[in-house]
Ligand binder design. Structure first.
Ligand SMILES: Nc1ncnc2c1ncn2[C@@H]1O[C@H](COP(=O)(O)OP(=O)(O)O)[C@@H](O)[C@H]1O
Ligand SMILES: [Mg+2]
Length: 249
């Protein structure tokens, strides 16, 4: 089944076209990398899926996106959509709360109150992001004390805590050192066995290392989407060839 499907989807900020007639499907339980030069619309594409792009002034869209078979505009309540679609940003965001409260932010919002259940969610999510052993003795301490790499793993744990079926990550490793980047790549590879992952990355090596498919966007158009090896080694389009060989971007 396709977890996400773009159908003739275009977006605008005021009069300015950003995404242009995107048609693209994402398969379940896989990692898709989105690559393309700065300003081509990658962030807008991700934020369209969970309908946070529409919070921007002047944003409007045409066409449709289907998430788990349902049009994003037909969700009775946008919070139901956002619960299914977790998002992690470029700058690691730790809420000004304890480590544990960061993980539990979503579950509490959605009404989980039972203490042992909350503790179980905390441990499970911190284990899934390989952070449990590092923080289990200081769960009540402020999350602000964590390193950048730890904060980013915590942000992923917070996203996972409401059990999304889809995880969107917007250049999640761009501010991290190689060791933290490696940990995040490993955990994304594991998570893809259970959920669908779409990751925007400016690091072509990262796309090659972890993604099953790669989509190349240029000036708001989908130029090519293919299995990652194919896209990098024998792309169909000259624009893709130019980008992956470092001619521009
Ligand atoms: N809130 C906004 N208002 C107006 N223009 C925007 C806004 N956000 C992004 N843009 C414009 O949309 C285009 C795509 O931006 P973005 O999706 O952030 O690209 P990318 O993530 O690939 O760098 C850029 O030209 C950017 O300037
Ligand atoms: Mg961006």
């Amino acid at each position: 089944m396709n977890t996400v499907e773009f159908i003739d989807f275009s977006t605008f900020y005021g009069q300015k076209a950003v995404l242009r007639n995107i048609n693209m499907k994402f398969t379940a339980n896989s990692i898709t990398a989105i690559i393309g030069p700065s300003g081509c619309g990658k962030t807008t594409l991700l934020r369209s899926i969970n309908r946070t792009a529409e919070l921007e002034n002047g944003f409007n869209s045409r066409g449709d996106i289907r998430v788990l078979g349902q049009s994003i505009n037909e969700y009775r309540n946008v919070s139901i959509l956002r619960r299914r679609v977790g998002m992690v940003y470029q700058v690691p965001v730790a809420l000004p709360l304890s480590i544990m409260e960061n993980v539990l932010f979503g579950p509490k919002y959605y009404g989980v109150k039972n203490r042992s259940e909350l503790e179980a969610i905390t441990e499970k999510c911190l284990r899934r992001v390989a952070l449990w052993d590092e923080v289990k003795d200081r769960l009540k301490r402020p999350a602000s004390q964590l390193s950048g790499g730890q904060k980013q793993r915590l942000a992923i744990a917070r996203a996972l805590a409401v059990e999304p079926q889809l995880l969107l990550l917007d250049e999640p490793c761009s501010s991290l050192d190689p060791a933290s980047t490696g940990m995040i790549e490993d955990l994304l590879t594991q998570l893809a066995e259970e959920i669908t992952i779409i990751i925007v990355t400016h690091n072509l090596f990262q796309a090659k290392r972890i993604s099953h498919e790669t989509a190349f966007i240029l000036e708001g158009r989908l130029i090519e989407k293919a299995p990652t090896n194919k896209l990098f080694e024998s792309p169909e389009k000259p624009e893709t060839q130019g980008f992956v060989s470092g001619l521009f971007g």
